[in-house]
Design a protein around this ligand. Structure first.
Ligand SMILES: Nc1nc2c(ncn2[C@@H]2O[C@H](COP(=O)(O)OP(=O)(O)OP(=O)(O)O)[C@@H](O)[C@H]2O)c(=O)[nH]1
Ligand SMILES: [Mg+2]
Length: 240
């Protein structure tokens, strides 16, 4: 039997795109299944996911009572995947910033890697479409800062389009993961790197959302600013 791949998509108020993103994932091949983790979206995204899931065994939906953050949504999804026999476990946004057509390339790269990251800034090339310059500068600077503080050798450590091999998620103590926003992406990659897993960055084109609303907040940025110091401290004290 071929190895199964699960694409975890956290959602909060993504009614306009949820159906299309599910279809786009499934159309990448029979190997792919999708898990929507919805946080009680007031706009009914969760109900749409349930409806599609009831019609297709490759579509799954989990519900949490209220908006609890991206990081814990992924952790919930990871645990769900590990209880089943998925070998490739993806993170992907619901707003089409991440192109589902990239999924097969991730899978190919994951054959001889433990963690594959979609990179917007690989080798000094910026592949971001439609972001205001202020957002691009913030994101690019955040990556330079995170790399300098943590030592994590990545061009794009805050990106959220990733493919984990099962063994990586089995090795990381998921209960100990602390961050919830952008820092969550850095923390997961950092923990994988510290354990000696092989990380590969592949180029992706990231397109700003055209529908729905951003959930970016000041809090998420602050969390990332101090969290990288915490990671550095943890690695100095042998905690990670
Ligand atoms: N379940 C859940 N999903 C979330 C939460 N916050 C964000 N998301 C989802 O996570 C994905 C990324 O969130 P976005 O709002 O697109 O964040 P972003 O990509 O940093 O911001 P934009 O560039 O403005 O889109 C989307 O699919 C959101 O619906 C949350 O608290 N819970
Ligand atoms: Mg987005």
């Amino acid at each position: 039997m071929p190895e199964r791949a699960l694409v975890i998509v956290p959602t909060y108020n993504e009614r306009d795109t949820v159906r299309r993103i599910i279809d786009a994932v499934l159309s990448q091949g029979p190997l792919f299944e999708i898990l929507v983790v919805d946080d009680g979206s007031p706009d009914g995204t969760g109900a749409i996911a349930d409806e599609v899931a009831s019609e297709n065994t490759r579509v799954h939906a989990l519900h949490r009572p209220r908006k609890m953050g991206l990081g814990t949504a992924y952790l919930t999804g990871f645990r769900w995947a590990l209880e089943r026999d998925f070998e490739f476990i993806f993170e992907m946004d619901a707003d089409f910033s991440h192109d589902p057509n990239h999924l097969p390339i991730f899978l190919e790269s994951a054959i001889d890697a433990d963690l594959v990251l979609g990179s917007r800034y690989r080798q000094g090339k910026v592949t971001v479409v439609n972001w205001p310059i202020s957002r691009l500068i913030l994101s690019y600077a955040a990556n330079i800062y995170a790399r300098a503080v943590t030592g994590l050798p990545l061009y794009d450590g805050t990106g959220g389009f990733k493919c984990f091999r099962r063994r990586v998620l089995e090795a990381i103590p998921l209960d100990a993961v602390r961050s919830n926003g952008y820092a969550f992406q850095i923390e997961m990659s950092f923990r994988a790197w510290r354990r000696g897993f092989r990380i590969v960055e592949i180029p992706i084109v990231f397109v700003d959302r055209s529908e729905g609303q951003s959930k970016m907040s000041r809090r998420i940025v602050w969390e990332a600013i101090w969290m990288v110091w915490r990671l550095r401290w943890w690695s100095l004290t042998g905690r990670v």
